[in-house]
Design a protein around this ligand. Structure first.
Ligand code: SF4
Length: 447
């Protein structure tokens, strides 16, 4: 049951499908489409007996949103069953898949995660040693991956050599666990212990979290978007409480992008902490001017644009008494496509606002993400080919102001060199064909 509750806690990270695998004389798995409580029937969860397991909520970036692609992925091998859950994206997945298909390998799903589990199964057949094979797998994969795995009855978690996506370990009432966010341990009445290091393998044993260093770590490149939007405000990632990071970003945003106004209104939920920080420094009253329907899913991570558009209207309702005849500063965490914020600006204007100024807690997103966030082509971004003024016009705001990259980095509180800022700076922490690697002066060396 703990795993089911953990998936509910991490529901904001993926809403397309959910699944749980447990070990009980072999690996048993249940999965389905939708939110965890819809995808997994209470009786099925209750009947899933086992003292160890892994679970997953899916947000697709590689492979479509279908039940075949739901995780955990389980394969059966001579060594025993292997189950894998993956957060992130394997940059060289297409290349590996093409090579394997030429060798006669067949794939059931269209996910990069299946490639990983098959490579691992194949390697274990040769080594007979799960730890050695996990290390080998980590040398074959490029990209972002925080994974939990069961190899027969053993439970592991691995994090890619740059630590792009978060992964941490903690104690629960019944033992040790690994999760994408520390909030899982708070909610299960446990205790956060530490982040898994980039390039580290951990094995969860009954009495300890065993660390296995691979020597593969290549510095750090934690995704800035986790602090800006993805993670829950009450999670701590790399020692930085997400709520405090967002508040600091909001404070810096107020210094960099001041405006004369009567009220600061957050765009709930992820813009809320940014707005609190903005209001504190700007000295403008903060007020909840947009009420959120809590039962509508997050719009950014919905797979289809049409779904996103309808959901904005279902999701937010303006409070006229807060907004009418006021100069409103709307504070949001980020602007990706610009369609959602445009609708919200109009909603606020229709509610009687005198002026609507938009302030944003991340710099303009202008380049694709190759590491696990579904922002794939430049033409979808509001910032592509537009100045800030032009974006402001597009979203029908009276003014628009973004935080600078420097302000964002200071707000996160880690050195810029420890962060991935690829979608902001167009310089990525690893080689991606057609893109610059960070610190690379010009684009001249791609295969
Ligand atoms: S490109 Fe952007 S969204 Fe993707 S990992 Fe890097 S910072 Fe995060």
């Amino acid at each position: 049951m703990d795993i089911f509750y953990a998936l509910r806690v991490l529901q904001h990270r993926g809403q397309e499908s959910a699944g749980i695998a447990v070990y009980n004389n072999g690996i048993k798995v249940i999965k389905g489409m939708g939110l965890a409580h819809q995808a997994l029937k209470p009786d099925d969860v209750k009947n899933l007996k086992g003292d160890r397991g892994i679970g997953h909520v899916r947000y697709s970036t590689f492979g479509s949103s279908t039940i075949e692609n739901a995780q955990p992925i389980v394969v059966s091998t001579n060594y025993g069953d292997i189950a894998l859950c993956h957060n992130g994206e394997i940059v060289n997945a297409d290349k590996i898949m093409d090579e394997l298909k030429k060798k006669g390998w067949a794939f059931i799903t269209s996910t990069d995660s299946e490639i990983a589990v098959r490579l691992l199964a194949n390697d274990i057949a040769n080594t007979g040693d799960p730890v050695k094979s996990l290390k080998n797998l980590m040398t074959m994969l490029q990209g972002s991956y925080s994974m939990t795995l069961m190899i027969d009855s053993r439970v592991f978690a691995i994090r890619d050599p740059l630590g792009i996506r978060p992964l941490c370990v903690g104690r629960t009432k019944t033992g040790y666990a690994a999760a994408s966010e520390s909030v899982v341990f708070d909610t299960l009445g446990g205790e956060f212990l530490r982040d898994v290091e980039p390039g580290e393998i951990v094995e969860l044993l009954p009495g300890e979290v065993k660390s296995i260093k691979t020597g593969l770590a290549k510095g750090r490149a934690h995704c800035m978007f986790e602090w800006v939007y993805i993670a829950r405000a009450d999670s701590t990632i790399e020692g930085q409480l997400v709520y405090e990071v967002r508040r600091r970003i909001g404070q810096k945003l107020a210094k960099e992008q001041p405006v004369e106004a009567d009220v600061v209104v957050p765009i709930p939920d992820s813009g809320r902490s940014h707005a609190i920080g903005y209001a504190e420094v700007a000295g403008i009253p903060y007020s909840e001017g947009l009420m959120k329907n809590r039962y509508v899913e997050r719009t950014f991570i919905m797979p289809e644009q049409a779904e996103r558009t309808t959901n904005v209207m279902l999701k937010l309702n303006p409070l006229k008494s807060v907004i009418k005849d006021k100069r409103v500063v709307l504070v949001d965490d980020s602007i990706v496509r610009g369609t959602t914020i445009r609708q919200i600006v109009q909603l606020v204007r229709n509610a009687g606002a005198k002026e609507v100024h938009v302030r944003v807690g991340s710099p303009p997103i202008r380049a694709p993400c190759y590491f696990g966030i579904d922002m794939k082509t430049r033409d979808q971004f509001a910032a592509t080919g537009r100045t800030v003024e032009e974006i402001g016009k597009m979203i029908t705001a009276d003014s628009l102001g973004y935080i600078s990259v420097e302000g964002l980095v200071e707000g996160i509180g880690l050195p810029a060199g420890d962060l991935c800022l690829g979608c902001l700076t167009e310089e990525y922490p690893m080689a991606v064909p057609g893109e610059k690697v960070r610190y690379q002066k010009k684009l001249d060396s791609f295969v």
